[in-house]
Structure formats: structure tokens, C-alpha cells
Design a protein around this ligand. Structure first.
Ligand code: ZN
Length: 164
């Protein structure tokens, strides 16, 4: 950041709490900790099964939960609803915060919700090739998980006493 978002004047370097930062005399400090925000939704049907999508493209066959980058004009929950609809065809509601992850190397924060499916069915799209429901009695195959976060979330769900 170059200019103070409050005053519009050039920020200057200085020490705040022993951190070398860019700051303004008005009190504004640029902590240089910006992140891109991603959302992810663990969506449950009426049988309390959870939804996972299978990816197309360069991660062909990998499984994950619907999600993606929040756009700047959206609330975090709107982003989660939009990404779920785009990638799975399902409309969700009753979102509650479940987990938060960060990846500093990629300047990412993942905000993970649990949500209820209210309507919809899988419809073909450019990112996923199917969307299916899983449970303890019908678990997804762990070797197909997209990455560490997805695997950790699935493990947590399969250990959740609320899921049959
Ligand atoms: Zn200022």
C-alpha cells in the first residue's frame, strides 16, 4: 500500500510495536498482512450426508468441497452460496462457520462453512464433473482428496458423532 486510505497522503516507513511498517500520522498502519479470501461449503442434505464435488481440468478426478475465491462486492456468505451453486447446482442456506485455515505463502485464508441444502441437483459446469453425497457408511476415497485441507475436513466429518 502506498497511500493512506483515510487521508490519501503518502505513507512513510516507521516502527510500530517493533515492526517496520508503512504508516500515516493519522494513526493508520499498513501491516502488510493482506490475504485473498476463499470460501468453502460443507453442504448437508436431509439425511445429514455431506456433498463433495469431483473436479475437471488440471485437477481431473480430485474431490473437494464446493468453494472458491470471494469477489470484492460480495459478503463472505454470498460468495459461499454462489460458489456452491456454480460448482454443484445446489442452493444452500443456514450457513455456520466451521473452520478457518490460512496459507501465508499463497496469501490465502479459507473460510469453511457448514450449510443446509435447500434445493437443486447437480448440473454440468466447467469446473466439476459430478457432485455426490457421502457419510460414515459411504465415505469418499481418501486418495482422491484434492489437498491437505480437504483431507483434514473429511477426516473431521467422518469422526463427527452427528454424522452417521
Ligand atoms: Zn492517514
Amino acid at each position: 500500500m502506498k497511500y493512506c486510505p483515510d487521508c490519501g497522503i503518502l505513507l512513510k516507513e516507521g516502527l510500530v510495536d517493533n515492526h517496520l511498517v508503512k504508516r500515516c500520522d493519522c494513526g493508520f498502519v499498513d501491516w502488510d498482512n493482506w490475504v485473498n479470501v476463499c470460501v468453502m461449503s460443507i453442504c448437508f442434505n436431509e439425511k445429514n450426508e455431506f456433498l463433495m464435488v469431483t473436479l475437471k481440468g488440471n485437477e481431473e478426478g480430485k474431490m473437494t468441497f464446493p468453494g472458491g475465491f470471494r469477489e470484492l462486492h460480495e459478503t463472505i456468505e454470498e460468495a459461499a452460496k454462489r460458489e456452491t451453486l456454480e460448482e454443484s447446482g445446489y442452493c444452500i442456506d443456514n450457513l455456520t462457520l466451521f473452520r478457518v485455515f490460512n496459507n501465508d505463502a499463497r496469501r490465502l485464508v479459507w473460510i469453511v462453512f457448514r450449510a443446509k441444502i435447500v434445493s437443486g441437483c447437480f448440473c454440468d459446469n466447467c469446473e466439476t464433473k459430478d457432485a455426490r453425497f457421502y457419510s460414515k457408511t459411504n465415505p469418499p476415497e481418501m486418495e482422491h482428496m484434492r489437498g491437505k485441507i480437504t483431507a483434514e475436513l473429511v477426516t473431521q466429518l467422518l469422526n463427527d458423532p452427528m454424522i452417521l
